[in-house]
Ligand binder design. Structure first.
Ligand code: AMP
Length: 190
């Protein structure tokens, strides 16, 4: 079983690479951002709550996010492993994930951060915003706020996972295939 956490700022290519990885390693892809967007579209109570945070590019409160993630994992008791895309994003989420997985005799296998320069990411996101319609991708101030959230709350998780010998980072610049190859080189060890 491989349980992979993909780190990287918005636009770094986590979702794109998850599509490739889930096929190659037979994993389930869970994106907390996608789950929130699904709830917003369906106007659930969770969606209504999450929307105000997402619209500003702020993180949704931890407990709400943790509960949603755990419920999603519980839907797939037969999964061969998971790709966590966009989760954890804070230290309390990371701790909750470890405790939750431990209770199921599972653990995080490896975490990989996709690195790219902020200015390149802003360009990518504004481009994506034109076709995706995502309002958080259409405004540079909101994008920069999401980077700030990442720097302050998510980047420190590097230390959290380094302490467990599970942190790796690769360049997220290059073709989709090149980046996929970099990821595969790390994952093929397991
Ligand atoms: P993403 O699609 O991963 O870029 O996430 C879009 C937005 O969803 C973020 O800017 C947050 O508002 C919210 N979100 C997604 N994942 C999390 C998380 N793990 N913790 C808190 N908020 C999240």
């Amino acid at each position: 079983m491989i349980n992979l956490v993909l780190f990287g700022k918005p636009g770094a290519g986590k979702g794109t690479q998850a599509v490739f990885l889930k096929k190659r390693y037979n994993l389930l892809h869970i994106s907390t951002g996608d789950l929130f967007r699904y709830n917003i579209k369906n106007e659930t109570a969770l969606g209504i709550l999450a929307k105000s945070y997402m619209d500003n590019g702020d993180l949704v409160p931890d407990q709400v996010t943790i509960d949603m993630l755990e419920a999603e994992v519980d839907r797939y008791p037969k999964a061969k492993g998971f790709i966590f895309d966009g989760f954890p994003r804070t230290e309390s989420q990371a701790e909750a994930l470890d405790i939750f997985l431990e209770g199921k005799k599972m653990k995080i296998t490896i975490t990989i951060a996709l690195e790219a320069d902020d200015n390149i990411l802003v360009k990518r996101l504004l481009e994506r915003g034109k076709s995706s319609g995502r309002t958080d991708d259409q405004d540079e101030l909101k994008i920069r706020n999401r980077f700030e959230e990442y720097n302050q709350k998510t980047a420190p998780l590097k230390l959290y996972y380094q302490d467990q010998n599970k942190f790796h980072s690769i360049s997220g610049i290059g073709s989709i295939e090149e980046i996929a190859e970099r990821l595969a080189q790390l994952l093929d060890r397991f």
